[in-house]
Design a protein around this ligand. Structure first.
Ligand SMILES: [Zn+2]
Ligand SMILES: [Zn+2]
Length: 281
């Protein structure tokens, strides 16, 4: 049976974060029932260290970041992603849902925008490789927007597959860095079909040790990146990728929250995603 880690810090529910607002205001209460499942563990992340962030970001970038009001949120978010990656690769947990504010896919090595002000995957993979040696990671990004930061951080890293569902079609890095135009008026079924064709087939060939999913829900109808998807879509997507990871890499699957400001959608989908990860649905 899978062991699922949920990484959440209470400070995530305490502020109006840029872009996503206070969508976690009712957490962890909204997932109370799921947190009581016998194979689900709640972790309160530690702050990521500045030394670790400096492995990815420039000193100038860090000097600016350190002065920002959201700095603590950044450190706890990155810290959760780092810890979850280590615990998954060590075999202590099988998979994880990692809550994230103020950090993520728009943070390049020396520039960041769009509500995400430091890299999560960069420090997490860097530290994991220090500890566990050469590891291959597949990143699927189904947030509405292009993951310019992720692309920048892993541009020259052939052991990272990055498939980004955004608004352009592009293949670079010998096929390990891919963007897919997911369309503005799509449907749940059409988007899932695109994920199968553009991510799942590539991931099978790539053979990663872990899959990291930048799980934005800004693509939901009524949200700021509305592509016409319904709230039902998101658990279906997680279920699909969860099955893939069981087939490919022992179920090692890290779901990292990303964009989307609809609190009602967050409250509906993330508890269900815990149930999927824990194998109870
Ligand atoms: Zn987005
Ligand atoms: Zn892209």
């Amino acid at each position: 049976m899978a062991v699922t880690g949920v990484f959440f810090h209470e400070m995530f529910a305490g502020a109006e974060w840029d872009i996503i607002g206070n969508k976690f205001r009712n957490f962890p209460g909204a997932m109370e029932r799921q947190l009581r499942l016998p194979n689900v563990r709640l972790y309160r992340p530690e702050k990521a260290s500045e030394d670790l962030l400096l492995k990815i970001h420039t000193p100038r970038f860090m000097d600016d970041l350190r002065r920002m009001w959201y700095y603590e949120g950044v450190l706890y978010s990155v810290g959760g992603c780092v810890e979850a990656t280590e615990r998954i690769l060590s075999g202590e947990i099988t998979n994880a849902l990692v809550f994230d504010v103020a950090a993520g896919h728009h943070a390049e090595r020396d520039y960041a925008w769009g509500g995400t002000y430091a890299s999560c995957a960069g420090p997490a993979f860097w530290k994991a490789r220090q500890k566990f040696g050469r590891k291959r990671f597949a990143i699927i990004d189904t947030d509405c927007h292009h993951g310019n930061g992720t692309r920048d951080v892993f541009r020259d890293d052939a052991d990272v597959l990055h498939v980004c569902f955004c608004s352009m079609n592009l293949t670079e890095g010998n096929g390990t860095k891919v963007c897919v135009d997911s369309g503005w008026q799509t449907t749940d079924d059409a988007y899932l079909e695109l994920v199968r064709r553009e991510f799942i087939t590539r991931a099978r060939e790539f053979e990663p040790d872990m899959v990291l999913h930048k799980f934005g829900h800004d693509t939901c109808e009524g949200d700021y990146g509305d592509r016409g998807l319904t709230p039902e879509f998101f658990p279906r997507l997680a279920n699909e990728i969860n099955h893939l990871t069981r087939e490919l890499c022992g179920g090692r699957y890290l779901v990292l929250t990303h964009g989307g400001c609809r609190a009602d959608v967050a409250e509906e989908i993330f508890p269900r995603i815990i149930e999927i990860l824990a194998g109870t649905t």
